[in-house]
Design a binder for this molecule. Structure first.
Ligand SMILES: Nc1ncnc2c1ncn2[C@@H]1O[C@H](COP(=O)(O)OP(=O)(O)O)[C@@H](O)[C@H]1O
Ligand SMILES: [Mg+2]
Length: 347
């Protein structure tokens, strides 16, 4: 069932969205390793009906446990993995079904940075070559002197010294490698950067530096960001709105203040309970709703609400009805049947 994009959780008084994703679905055909070689492939629903909008200068945090489909969603948005259904509108233009040259243009304006900074950089290339690579692909006419000047300016902007320009990735720390990845993503002056767990592999002190750098760049360049993390603590300071995902679906989409002050979905509450509070009074008063068990398989998801098998408040009807994202407050939409009264029965 399509999830409506709730108007109540869009930014107020804002310009039209640069990216609009509606009911996006992507499944992988997978073979059961224990099955017979001739048994048919099964569908693994990695992204199962995600909708959101994003405006210039805005950050959407996307959060959920490992395996819930965050990276697949990021790749589907850029057609690095083709979606099976739904809509991706970029600058008002529908991209699904568009020819490859239009996707190339979009990928020039919407760049991506990755979780493992060192692994995402070619070890045989110098910093200058890595950062200049998108220019070679998308601006083949630019001469060497111009390219070098742009690379130097970008290195300075992300906090790297010009003296490091001829060094190789293995000579840098994880945080510096991520700065190189950010410089490469920014060199074409994109409108959007999709950051797929950009700080998950970094030490906590370095995480804050990279998040602050992304915030500064966002403000100075008017960038939109999609910031993916598996932890609600990481996205708190950078996001305007947050999408909570579980097993390929949206559980809650809310403005940051609403989500942290008054989480509406039991899954969001469980994720928030996992964050230790620096305030001992609040920490003691916190109702701990810990998650039990493992994430179910997206090949054979639970019927009805996919979260019901781990939900402390699940009711019998949660096995029968699929909840859709509905307004659950002025700045929140949540997909939970506990927030929706049951349909009156005709006798
Ligand atoms: N290429 C693939 N083939 C089959 N299954 C995949 C592939 N990539 C990811 N998956 C599965 O899709 C689901 C979502 O994965 P992913 O998007 O990487 O999650 P996340 O980024 O939230 O950790 C997982 O169950 C994962 O095992
Ligand atoms: Mg991932």
């Amino acid at each position: 069932m399509a999830e409506p994009v709730s108007g109540s959780v869009q930014r107020e008084g804002a310009a039209p969205p640069i990216l609009s994703v509606r009911d996006l679905r992507l499944h992988f055909d997978v073979k059961d390793p224990k099955g017979w070689p001739w048994s048919p492939a099964r569908k693994l629903r990695a992204v199962d009906g995600i909708s959101f909008e994003l405006r210039a200068g805005e950050t959407l945090g996307i959060v959920g446990e490992s395996g819930c489909g965050k990276s697949t969603l990021a790749r589907a948005i850029l057609n690095l993995l083709p979606a099976n259904a739904g809509s991706i509108a970029w600058m008002g233009r529908e991209m699904r079904g568009a020819p490859e040259h239009e996707w190339l243009t979009m990928r020039r304006e919407a760049q991506m940075i990755f979780q493992d900074p060192l692994a995402s950089l070619d070890p045989r290339m110098t910093v200058a070559q890595i950062i200049a690579e998108p220019l070679r692909t998308h601006r083949p006419g630019m001469d060497a002197a111009q390219t070098l000047a742009r690379v130097r300016a970008m290195m300075q902007r992300v906090g790297l010294s010009g003296q490091q320009i001829n060094r190789y990735p293995h000579e840098f720390s994880g945080g510096q490698c991520q700065r190189i990845g950010i410089a490469r993503a920014l060199i074409l002056e994109p409108k959007l950067i999709i950051c797929d767990e950009p700080v998950s592999a970094l030490d906590v002190s370095i995480q804050a530096q990279i998040i602050n750098l992304l915030r500064e760049l966002q403000q100075s360049m008017g960038l939109a960001l999609i910031f993916i993390a598996h932890d609600l603590a990481v996205v708190k300071h950078i996001s305007h709105r947050i999408l909570v995902m579980y097993l390929g679906r949206s559980m809650e989409l809310a403005h940051k203040q609403a989500l942290y002050a008054e989480p509406r979905h039991p899954y969001t509450r469980a994720l928030l309970s996992a964050i230790p509070s620096p305030d001992p009074v609040r920490e003691r008063a916190k109702v701990i709703e810990l998650l039990h068990g493992e994430l179910p398989s997206p090949i054979d998801p639970p019927s009805g609400c996919v979260f019901r098998t781990r939900c402390p408040q699940a009711l019998a009807r949660c096995a029968q009805e699929v909840p859709v994202l509905r307004p659950a407050g002025a700045q929140t939409a949540a997909a939970c049947l506990l927030l929706t009264p049951p349909e009156p029965r005709c006798s």
